[in-house]
Design a protein around this ligand. Sequence first.
Ligand code: SF4
Length: 591
Amino acid sequence: MASRNLPLRGAFNPSSAREGTNPGSFANPPAIGRPLSFSSPDTPGMPAPSNKTAWDFLPVGWSRSGAFATAPAGFTALTQLEHARLGVVTQEMRRVAEREPHLTPEQVRDEVGAGRAIIPANKVHLGFQLDPMAIGRATQTKINANMGASPVSSSTSEEVEKLHWSVRWGADTVMDLSTGGNLDECREAIVKNSKVPIGTVPIYSMIIGRKIEDLTESEIMKGLLHQAKQGVDYFTIHAGVLREHLPFVEKRLIGIVSRGGSLLAKWMLVHKKQNPMFTHFDEICDIMREYDVSFSLGDGLRPGGLADASDEAQLSELDTLGELTEKAWRKGCQVMVEGPGHVPFDQIEFNMKLQRTVCHGAPFYVLGPLVTDVFPGYDHITSCIGATAAAYHGASMLCYVTPKEHVGLPKKDDVKQGCIAYKIAAHAADVALGIPGSRDWDDALTKARAALNWDKHFELAFDTDTARAFHDEDLDVDTDFCAMCGHDWCSVRISKEIVEFTSGKADGFARERVMKSPALSPEQREILEKRGVLPAEELHRLASKTQSAVGVEKGNKAACHSDVVDGSRAQQIQEKLVQLRVKDSATAAED
Ligand code: SF4
């Protein structure tokens, strides 16, 4: 037999029981508490990790004393970062360690203190039902689901339902990106009903009913304070897009694709002034600190296509995000940094490791990235391929992408598909990185599969109903084979005959006895009925709902459709419609 030198570098084995024949992870040693906790080996040419952490950016008046720091007399710690710096293990840190048993509460504190992890937990939200969690390299990879009403679709109750639905399918945090309906009421309802941290992009709500160029600096501060008081756990703040970066965008194929980035770019061009989020960053920090709202430093210049990836605009903004990370740490705030977007597969590792250097290990929160641009309708797949690589090479949280990305507002099933794609990416990366126990679930399912224990197989499946429905579609009895290969060709059955292997079977299992499956539940039946496409009636229902929202008569195109009027007229009509809807909801609120 040929002998091989397997590239085992000392990572933890992801299986607690060390079962099976797999030798374990090929990643680097776990090194919790160091810059390279749970990291992939570098391919040649990757940037080295920063030799600085949040400890190098203590606020004025603070000093290091032993493992921790001393604050000026009379200081009161408000944020998780400040508590960690003073050596305090908070209740929230203990809860994180309970949820991530490979970490001790002290390790959680130390990762937060170094700025390599955050616990997004607004003190107001903690008063409702928030269950604290952490985002960082030493923890399991997290996923975020975006939701939010748009000017033409959805309502507060639908959004709260989407919140529960996203959490049901594994979202670790949810971002409310509403741009229509009653934004305030919707945000408040979402925070009150959520066990997971809620993020927002506050600038969206600030421009409802007004043009971006009319937005003043004091309104920005007022808006941020209002949302902090409502209990939002993290804000996307696009403070890294600077005036001097804008000329770099000219050569791009698709310009600025971030909503926040494009709005602020317009503000800067109209006013011929620097980004107000940048110039007022210190005051923003003061608001964030008071409520312990974490920063999610937005990537307003993220690439919107493969051709624009890793360009000067994106990387110049990243440098600024590194400086802002240092500033926020000096103000006692928790920080994560947002990243691209659309990135060819070969550039993902570099992008992750560059951020690790520039932002001194602050958690990286990435959108995908999509590794190809030509599969609209399937961008949950194009992006979860990139997300798996991103999580393996350095990202701590993955923002999901649904099949509706680029083409429409996600509906319930799109949210489910996006969440599942990203749970796959996050879990695959955790196993690869050797996070202890991360493969136990896979091993349990493998055993049930090997034993042809269908009940256990489906119970362990992430989406039990779909797995059971697919099985029973062709064969609704639990036999020692399934419809894919049939009895004579079932390799698992044949293997079992070679070595009698029933370790994962249910109690009372007898080979000769065929087990009848329980009948399909209504949910499982629905899955089979909806396979492939939405039924025509559902499509029409959704289409007519949108059409009535924009005031179009049945069978005709909307007055703002570009087949009917030219671009600028279409825009005027659309703006008017949005204003009208805002006025409607304001009047309704007064009523
Ligand atoms: S029939 Fe084929 S797919 Fe089904 S259990 Fe056997 S080997 Fe697996």
